[in-house]
Design a protein around this ligand. Structure first.
Ligand code: FES
Length: 319
């Protein structure tokens, strides 16, 4: 089986973690070990109906016989979370991709601060487990979202890292003030933050304005700003290897339109989150709309073709 190959897994358990929040325990059909993963990893899951969605692995990286994912029923679901909640049951077989990690704990981590809101707790759970096992000091601040209060609380309270966790409930007197927990942290502290954009962005902006370098901030997002709005600007894309030029319409992403024309750019999240569709621009300027690329990657000429567009009339792509 190649590294990228999909594999079948069986849903061994489907648990209600909180209102609108389920966890699924996935195992190999023959009881064999699953591919190893590192804390902070996610997998692609092909949900009923054929959509591919990414879910963080929230169990310990030392578990070799199961993957546990958390799925929040997003009221704005484009079909993925709704299908997982309504159509997937214990005993069903799903196709999953190999674990990938864009939220890795750096080897040199000496101290950490973990911040999670709502479904953002899922990758943080495996990171907390890893830090505890490595004896790395950390504090874990978990803001329970009003839509799913208490999700995974029992898991945390029964874990080795229970003493590191502090719980907050949104819109209550217990609400988390991220600025307070970020202030006065030792220089060596690494920040791991996961949640939705509107919660993450101001916290990260504050951190950067108050001495936290980009290298110390590790972000996993659960939503991105909307992709190309209807009737966005029309522009041309030229494929450098063939010279073919395509006019990208205002209501289609670059990846979607190129796929229709037989030019396949690998994609996964289609929300500017995962980086799978990264393409180098040889000519022209990108209108970046992703939440993934670093300033350095943008300066090198990369853009994420599933959401980003062109500032001018033409992009020449290294395809
Ligand atoms: Fe995930 Fe484009 S497919 S960023």
């Amino acid at each position: 089986m190649s590294d990228d190959a999909l594999r079948s897994v069986v849903v061994a358990k489907k648990n209600l973690e909180a209102s609108n929040m389920l966890s699924f325990e996935l195992v190999d059909p023959d009881g064999s070990e699953l591919p190893a993963f590192s804390a902070g990893s996610h997998i692609d899951v092909t949900v009923p109906g054929g959509l591919v969605r990414q879910y963080s692995l929230c169990n310990s990286e030392t578990d070799r016989h199961r993957y546990i994912i958390g799925v929040w029923k997003d009221p704005n679901s484009r079909g993925g979370s709704k299908a997982m909640h309504n159509d997937v049951n214990e005993g069903d077989v799903l196709q999953v991709g190999p674990p990938r990690n864009r939220f890795r704990v750096p080897r040199h981590t000496k101290r950490a601060l973990l911040l999670a809101r709502g479904i953002g707790v899922t990758p943080i759970l495996s990171v907390a487990d890893h830090l505890k096992a490595q004896d790395i000091p950390f504090a874990f601040h978990y803001l329970n979202a009003l839509g799913s209060p208490g999700a995974f609380r029992a898991t945390i309270e029964g874990s080795d890292f229970a003493e590191n966790a502090t719980f907050y409930l949104e819109s209550s007197g217990e609400s988390l003030d991220p600025k307070t927990v970020l202030a006065d942290q030792p220089e060596e502290t690494q920040l791991f933050i996961c949640g939705v954009d509107w919660w993450i962005d101001p916290i990260v902006a504050w951190a950067k304005n108050n001495g936290w370098s980009e290298e110390r901030i590790h972000i996993e997002r659960f939503t991105a700003k909307a992709s190309a709005p209807l009737l966005d600007k029309v522009f041309n894309v030229k494929i450098a290897s063939t010279g073919a030029v395509f006019k990208i319409p205002g209501d289609k992403s670059v990846t979607a339109f190129l796929e229709e024309k037989g030019v396949k750019v690998p994609t996964s999240c289609e929300q500017g989150l995962c980086g799978t569709c990264k393409v180098k621009i040889l000519e022209g300027e990108a209108d970046h709309r992703d939440k993934r690329l670093t300033d350095a990657q943008r300066a090198e000429g990369y853009f994420l073709a599933c959401v980003s567009r062109a500032k001018g009339d033409l992009l020449v792509l290294d395809l």
